[in-house]
Design a protein around this ligand. Structure first.
Ligand SMILES: NC(=O)c1ccc[n+]([C@@H]2O[C@H](COP(=O)([O-])OP(=O)(O)OC[C@H]3O[C@@H](n4cnc5c(N)ncnc54)[C@H](OP(=O)(O)O)[C@@H]3O)[C@@H](O)[C@H]2O)c1
Length: 294
């Protein structure tokens, strides 16, 4: 689509940071939380009116899934109210919106990958706040794409990859949940796909799409693959870990419930835009390479 001016939120987040470096062929005005605090609707309105973007990309979100259970007002302000205000203001100036959402909108009991038409049933405050944000954008009726992704990680930011590598350098043994299924999705894979999507999208087709790396795994198998690739690439510092043990969700209780299955079927994105992301293992390899350069 014709995007002369893109307003990008959350540039210090995993996806925002990856997008800022990947969308270098576009004029991108990237704003951090410090520059645009999404808890202030009037600031959102003024910023959009002043900057007059023709496309807004909103990866900023309240992503502390467990904390959201006791901090629901803030999660709702950022994940539900802010997207609504962004959509309303974008609509007024004729701009389009690309927004990110989550696999945690699903209950997780389906035995095969979820499609975009499957019923949602968020099991957490975070999942509910994100779903309500989707609905608010849809209700405004502007040209929009809502991209549900999952298990986001990367060389930049705080995430599962970084946590596993930190713990694997400190401990002999790790215990990782093996009964939650999903697709780890690299922030760079998302950003590369988004650059393609912006080029492909004419703004006429609006809706919700799944966008994850291909394939699926468990947190346990993901952790094993992280350690395997790290050792194979001979990265430093050397890891101390010698054993990764599978545990169940019940062994590792968290304040927020996670879906047992949050694998997303990405075929609609491929069908409508010809875009497919690489396998989660390839996504991991690319992030490992970035990590090795840091
Ligand atoms: N992370 C995942 O595993 C995951 C899974 C599925 C879907 N998603 C969705 O994917 C999108 C991108 O996630 P991500 O992993 O890039 O998240 P992230 O790394 O946690 O980044 C979120 C960004 O939002 C910013 N933010 C938080 N509160 C804000 C506020 N009041 N005003 C302005 N900015 C604010 C944060 O700012 P600071 O840097 O200042 O904190 C941060 O830069 C989100 O919509 C998320 O819901 C993520």
């Amino acid at each position: 689509m014709k995007s002369n001016r893109i307003l990008l939120t959350g540039v210090n987040g995993q996806v925002g940071h990856a997008l800022l470096s990947t969308l270098s062929n576009f004029t991108v005005i990237g704003l951090s939380r410090h520059e645009l605090d999404l808890t202030h609707p009037e600031a959102i309105r003024q910023t959009i009116r002043q900057l007059k973007p023709d496309l807004i990309i909103n990866p900023a979100a309240y992503t502390a899934v467990d904390q959201a259970e006791t901090d629901s007002a803030l999660a709702i302000a950022i994940n539900t109210v802010a997207p609504k205000v962004i959509a309303e203001e974008a609509s007024k100036i004729g701009a389009a919106l690309i927004h990110f959402s989550t696999d945690y909108v699903y209950e997780g009991t389906k035995l095969s990958p979820y499609t975009e038409v499957d019923a949602v049933n968020p099991q957490s405050v975070y999942g509910r706040s994100k779903y309500d944000g989707e609905m608010a954008i849809t209700a405004v009726g502007l040209p929009h794409l809502i991209l549900r992704t999952s298990w986001v990680y990367g060389a930049y930011g705080h995430n599962f990859l970084k946590t596993i590598l930190r713990l694997a350098a400190q401990r002999d043994q790790l215990h990782i949940v093996a009964d939650q299924h999903g697709a780890p999705t690299s922030s760079m894979s998302i950003a590369i796909a988004l650059a393609q999507l912006i080029a492909e999208w004419d703004g006429k087709r609006s809706g919700i799409y799944h966008l994850t790396n291909a394939g699926s795994t468990t947190w346990y198998a993901f952790a094993r693959e992280i350690v395997r690739q790290y050792i194979a690439m001979q990265l430093q510092p050397a890891l101390k870990v010698t054993e990764i043990k599978a545990i169940t969700t019940a062994d590792y209780p968290t304040p927020a419930s996670r879906p047992a299955n949050s694998c997303l079927d990405n075929r609609q994105l491929a069908q409508d835009f010809g875009i497919s992301l690489p396998s989660w293992q390839e996504g991991l390899q690319a992030e490992m390479k970035l990590l090795s350069l840091q």
